[in-house]
Design a protein around this ligand. Sequence first.
Ligand code: GL9
Length: 806
Amino acid sequence: MHNYDPASFHTAIEGKLKRKHRTTLEEATDKEIYYSIASIIQDLVMPKWFETNQEIQQNKSKQVYYISMEFLIGRLIESNLQNCGLLDICNQTLLDLGRRPERIYEQEHDAALGNGGLGRLAACFLDSIASLGYAGHGSGIRYRYGLFEQRIIHGNQVELPDYWLKEEYPWETRKPDEAVEIRFGGTVHEHKRRDGSLEISYENTDSVMAVPYDVPVLGYHNEVVNTLRLWSAELSPAENKGLSASDQQYYHHLDHIHSIEQISGFLYPDDSTFEGKELRLKQQYFLVSATIKNIIANFRRNHDLPLSMMPEYTVIQINDTHPSLAVPELMRILMDEEGYGWEKAWQITTNLLAYTNHTTLSEALEKWPVSMIQNLLPRLYMIIHEINERFCEQIYTTHPELRDKIHELAIISYEQIHMAHLAIVGSFSVNGVAKIHTEILKNKEMKNFYTLYPKKFNNKTNGITHRRWLQQVNPCLASKITDVIGPRWVHEPHKLMNLLRYTNDAPFLETMKDCKQHSKHLLAKYVYEQQGVKLNTDSIFDVQIKRLHEYKRQLMNVFHIIYLYNELKDNPNMDITPRTFIFAAKAAPSYHLAKEVIKLIHHVASVVNNDPDIKDKLKVVFLENYNVSLAEKIIPAAEVSEQISTASKEASGTGNMKMMMNGAITCGTLDGANIEIRDFVGDDNIFIFGLTAEQVLDYYAHGGYDAKSIYHADVRVKRVLDQLNGGVFGSQEIEFKDLFYNIMYHNDPFFVLKDFGPYVETHEMIDRAYRDQNHWQRMAATNIAHSGKFSSDRTIMEYVSDIWKL
Ligand code: GL9
């Protein structure tokens, strides 16, 4: 994509600094250099972006639109440099200039337009779609505030606003000419035309402009540039009445502007819990309506065909139920604005939409009150109502065996709208994100829907982009891999399998270990700079990084640490392999128990890290403000990957894949994609423990298990729990009674005590295994070799061949 060599790149930066910042290479700040590099990339990207769009138009190729409320893209500078083949040149140039590349790259604000796995998956998918050369676009919201920034004050999480747009974002291009109008509220009027068709008109609606901001998505070394379109809510010109400060209506008007801009104001910070706020519903409709209008406009620009032909050229993937208003919105446009009858509109709609389910947690399922949808989206409500009527009637006539299940399957029941039901009924494909998750959908959560529509259900096990999560974040390991198996794995990640030939190759295992040590030193340096804690880089780096949630069981990890601490206090000469436990996690601001766990980790850390008896054998660190950039620092240094969710709860997980790809060994339950990781690497190269999903679901069906009996029977457990309740960790005022009560009197809903014994024993095995470094490195190499299966390139190829048919 470029003709730069280090000398001309140097000149280019110099030119940008002079023209855009009126400064010199010597005097420029890191930020000015960052903006100059970003601008050089944008100059290269723009013509390719234009050409990619031209090509799509001329070839009339089928396109996929990925609608998502979240795109957790993180920083783009390094991956953009890498994908257009400039990373090495840029790094060299910066070093020659006496600048540290990482200092320059970290000038970019980490774009946190997502909560966790679901949003990061969307970002990995965009990378793979472009790198594989498919025509695919993301459509999301340009939140002015991303996910909150986390600070820890006296062990407590404090949330700060993430105003990421306070400085110019160099990757976006505003496209005001492609803005569309979105309407909310008001009343609907139906007039019957002479031919019997309905004419719909609205009165007293509020109108908002959705203005697109486009971010380029670069394919890897293939000149393809796709688009991530982020919509921003602005005052519509019709409503801008040009009031002056003396008008009576002035403050009313300001208030109105504010409420409109709020629609793209901030990202809701809940991971896997449904918050039925009206503003969130507005955000969802805003995204869906803007996207669909845009898709129709694109179709009209590219083809001279009726909209009934759209499914041949377009497919829309909805990321969870958040965009499931796409079903009634498409129906509305096709019927009310394009004149199609119900049957034809329904056929078009259901041939365009495909739905991905990301969780079976009941608290995550979206159910909007009928009254809220009626008020905010009166016409959509009428359509949802009709979809529901027809759906229930269809079950009654075609599936008599399901008649007594109609109330469970209905889209509207008990004054609530079940968005998952709407999404399933309104789309041609429903997929889960790992084998076990899809099986649970088919056989349990969505069982009756599976009976109705067996052909809709399919599995697409998640993946991650190996370009970011191996090549970019771990250049040392990436180059050593290329040294032995050649560079083809970058284009064809399954070729990582060729590493299996080197799992007994002592020199290769030694270089792998060197890379790991190098990454551990870098992380230790960061930890020291951040919090003044010195890590023992000869200890096992044991990592649990993900959102803080009860089902992910960070608490079980902490209980194990407390147990180890107790053992060492009883017997300071105990022979254990030194360990460093590394945590990073944000808790949803209103999630009390999750915040208690963060506090507990800090209190355990301060006791353990400051106890002279413990020496270098145990360290606990919690790294503040977990985000994509922090994950990029931690993952290359991880040796043990904690994937310890209560079986059946973690739909897939993707951190598990990122860490195995960097040579960490998984310590995990038989949940989500852990199962497929085990199937690939084999039992000898993973540490599996605990209840199976089947056992967990069986316990739930019978009212749980008896947590108190374990407390009384297992002295290790009793000691840990009593320490929680007795002020051992922290002062007397800071007791962890709520955590204690949740286990003892709410009967340990996530089976922490039940799996504790097997978890401890598994860690004893890890301790012993690590002592044989040759064996450990062999396990690591085996994991890396199999990780190619978890590249999002593989996932996207499956979406393309089974669902999208591009
Ligand atoms: C999640 C699942 O919990 C994860 O197991 C899964 O890997 C990802 C991606 O499919 O989706 N579903 C979900 O709601 N979240 C997930 O991480 N949470 C958010 O990120 C909002």
